[in-house]
Design a protein around this ligand. Structure first.
Ligand SMILES: [Mn+2]
Length: 408
């Protein structure tokens, strides 16, 4: 397990010097990205316990010998599922089990089976400790209790004077600002997405079906060991006006625009790029007119990306350009979202941007009655000097797109 995870755990412990910090490995059958961020593991089962002041691990049966009763003071404990021979025959076991990993590999003090959590935490929680809890599932009022709330209910019922602190915002703040390693992984994901889109430019012809273009993208991602970061949108003509169109079953007609909104997930990091191109190789004058407005909005909004700006101002800028051109009623979504381990990544979107913030800029105009839907999307990294467009290598100007298409 690489050192970057140990550094992240150390940073988080500095922010929560009191009590115990707990991060579950997953909830509702999904791995918790916050756990992965701190451990590099995607087991989906288990938990991470961080105790800056130390917690006594009296785990005699696991460590028989002189420390059987006294235990020892530990600061970082990984709780992992036990090996299960039958589950493993079905390939349904956890990839990382308590027995298979040694503490030295993981950088923690101790690795225990998940069942040992009670034995480890109960003595500490029973003495009025603070429990700093990082959520595994998303917060929300609707729906029934999730695994986080069920767990915390149990803690409240059993340990009357425990102090519960929501540590999730602090961790999301860490994830909002990307480290060099994360930016490097993102660059690789963007390069593979860039190549996939160019492959589509090369093969797309009128009469083909949207899914044929999707298959080309999928093949390229899989050949690099990646998966789709999200269901790709391959939408032609009017289909491009349905924002979450992922059927990708339409037939591409001559004169159609093709909207491609896709990204690969590579090594845990997602990319998300959108381009819109004319399948015939040349924009009609009306398509070109609207395309230029979207491009102007993209460029103006991107230019605003710098420390101190915020995503609200960037959206307002894109909206303003489209509004002044007379198309604002056809621009029906937001302009930006953070991106990283999640395609729509965590982070407070109302705080000013800082170096390391990584987000999309994606204005669009959708006119169903004309069968024209155009969106352009780049990934932008805020730097000390301003910003860098990480997807800059993939052309976005209309004449550059036509030039690529002319070379087919
Ligand atoms: Mn996006």
């Amino acid at each position: 397990m690489s050192d970057i995870y140990g550094k992240r755990r150390a940073r988080l412990m500095e922010r929560f010097p009191e009590g115990i910090l707990l991060v579950q490995a997953g909830a509702n059958g999904r791995p918790n990205r916050n756990f992965t961020y701190l451990t590099g593991l995607t087991t989906g089962a288990g938990a991470l316990v961080l105790a800056p002041g130390g917690v006594r691990a009296c785990t005699g049966r696991n460590y028989p010998g002189p420390d059987y009763l006294r235990g020892r003071i530990v600061h970082q404990v990984l709780l992992l599922p036990p090996a299960d021979p039958m589950l493993s025959r079905w390939g349904e076991d956890s990839a990382v089990t308590a027995g298979a990993m040694r503490p030295e590999e993981s950088g923690v003090d101790l690795i225990l089976q998940v069942g040992a959590m009670d034995e480890l935490l109960s003595p500490a929680l029973d003495h009025g400790a603070t429990l700093n809890y990082v959520r595994a599932a998303a917060a929300g009022l609707s729906g029934g209790p999730d695994e986080d709330s069920l767990f915390l209910d149990r803690v409240r019922q059993r340990f009357f004077d425990v102090r519960l602190v929501n540590a999730t915002p602090e961790l999301e703040e860490m994830r909002r600002l990307k480290e060099p390693d994360e930016i490097e992984k993102t660059r690789k994901a963007i390069a593979v997405t860039d190549e996939a889109l160019r492959r589509v430019y090369g093969m797309a012809r009128p009469g083909m079906f949207e899914y044929e273009l999707e298959a080309e993208i999928t093949g390229h991602y899989r050949s690099h060991g990646g998966t789709h970061a999200f269901e790709p949108i391959v939408a032609t003509g009017r289909n491009a006006c349905s924002l979450h169109y992922t059927e990708n079953r339409g037939k591409i007609a001559a004169g159609d625009l093709v909207l491609l909104d896709t990204g690969v997930c590579l090594d845990g990091y997602n990319s998300d790029i959108t381009r819109t191109f004319p399948v015939d190789g040349r924009f009609t004058s009306r398509q070109r007119e609207i395309y230029e407005v979207v491009l102007a909005a993209l460029e103006a909004a991107t230019a605003m990306a710098a420390p101190g700006a915020d995503l609200g101002a960037i959206h307002a800028c894109a909206w303003d350009v489209i509004h002044k051109a007379g198309f604002s009623r056809y621009f029906i979504h937001g302009t930006s979202h953070f991106i990283g381990m999640d395609t729509h990544d965590v982070g407070d979107r109302y705080v000013p941007l800082e170096p390391g913030a990584l987000f999309t800029v994606e204005p669009g105009i959708y006119i169903p009655e004309e069968g024209i839907g155009i969106r352009l999307e780049d990934e932008v990294l805020v730097t000390a000097a301003g910003h860098e467009v990480l997807s800059a290598a993939l052309p976005r100007k209309a004449e550059e797109i036509e030039e690529i298409l002319a070379g087919r």
